[in-house]
Ligand binder design. Structure first.
Ligand SMILES: *[C@@H]1O[C@H](CO)[C@@H](O)[C@H](O)[C@H]1NC(C)=O
Length: 283
């Protein structure tokens, strides 16, 4: 408890108001085929956004509810190969053909992000990993909160700026300064961590104008919405069903040549029961 208190004293419940009003969602820049276009005006009501849910916060939830994550029930989850210990690697026999840097690791879960021989003791203030969309939703509900809609997520990330690539503007490194936790060096061989982080980070870099940290980079973040690439003119109207859920913001694994998705408009998807070592959420 003492460790948890220390880790989340600065973070817990620090919600930031995102004021009602319109913003421009998406981009016509055609940077991906993920359905970022068209640009559209969306008007939202007031809502509150909070930081990426941390390991400490998730630990409180599990302690209070005995919740078991889907990764714990499946008994495995996906981990980036370069983060896995030799010992754990030697036990892995499967690979994902389309993305060989992802390995299914038995015993990888939120408490053991790189497999059974890893732990979160030094990362209580980092975002919780290996949580499915269903897990994220359960956490938010326990806290009397909810996942953001995709539009809410994007408006919060943009922080009041219009039509910018990133939460702070259009330049990746204004005045040579790192603003986001992404991949430097050759992907997937090794992250040279010039931004200070090989994998996840706690609330770091400059927050956006609303005081929100790490909306892009660090970890992908689940949102409430089903994924679709067809948007109606009224973007508040959301798909009523689907097979996969939207995730936003990219992660520490993103690299311009390989995954130019550490941008406000960027999006991707996963099935609601999937989990990995670069995917978390905020409420
Ligand atoms: C957690 O992992 C560190 C290495 O990262 C290790 O030194 C420590 O003993 C581990 N703690 C537990 C409780 O397993």
């Amino acid at each position: 408890d003492a460790e948890l208190n220390k880790a989340d004293a600065k973070r817990y419940n620090q919600m930031k108001l995102v004021k009602k009003g319109p913003f421009t969602m998406g981009t016509d820049a055609k940077l991906t085929k993920d359905g970022e276009d068209p640009e559209r005006r969306v008007t939202l009501n007031d809502f509150y956004d909070v930081y990426e849910a941390s390991n400490a916060e998730f630990a409180r939830f599990v302690k209070a509810t005995d919740y078991r994550t889907e990764a714990e029930n499946f008994k495995n989850s996906f981990v980036l190969e370069t983060l896995i210990s030799e010992q754990t690697l030697s036990k892995i026999t499967q690979q994902v053909a389309s993305s060989p840097w992802w390995l299914p690791v038995d015993g990888a879960d939120w408490l053991h992000p790189e497999g059974p021989d890893s732990n979160i003791s030094k990362r209580l203030d980092h975002p919780v990993l290996h949580v499915s969309w269903n897990d994220a939703k359960a956490f938010c509900e326990w806290g009397g909160k909810r996942l953001p809609s995709e539009a809410e997520w994007e408006k919060a990330s943009r922080g009041g700026l219009e039509n910018r690539l990133f939460p702070w503007g259009n330049k990746l490194m204004p005045k040579g300064k790192h603003m986001v936790n992404i991949w430097q060096g050759e992907f997937p061989k090794g992250n040279s961590a010039e931004d200070g982080f090989i994998a996840t980070c706690p609330c770091s870099f400059e927050p956006n104008k609303l005081g929100l940290y790490n909306t892009v980079g660090n970890v992908w973040e689940w949102v409430e919405d089903w994924y679709s690439t067809r948007h109606t003119s009224d973007a508040v109207q959301r798909p009523k069903e689907g097979k996969v859920k939207v995730k936003k913001g990219g992660s520490y694994m993103c690299h311009k040549e390989f995954c130019y998705r550490y941008r406000c408009a960027a999006r991707s998807e996963n099935s609601p029961d999937s989990s990995s070592s670069n995917l978390g959420f905020r409420c």
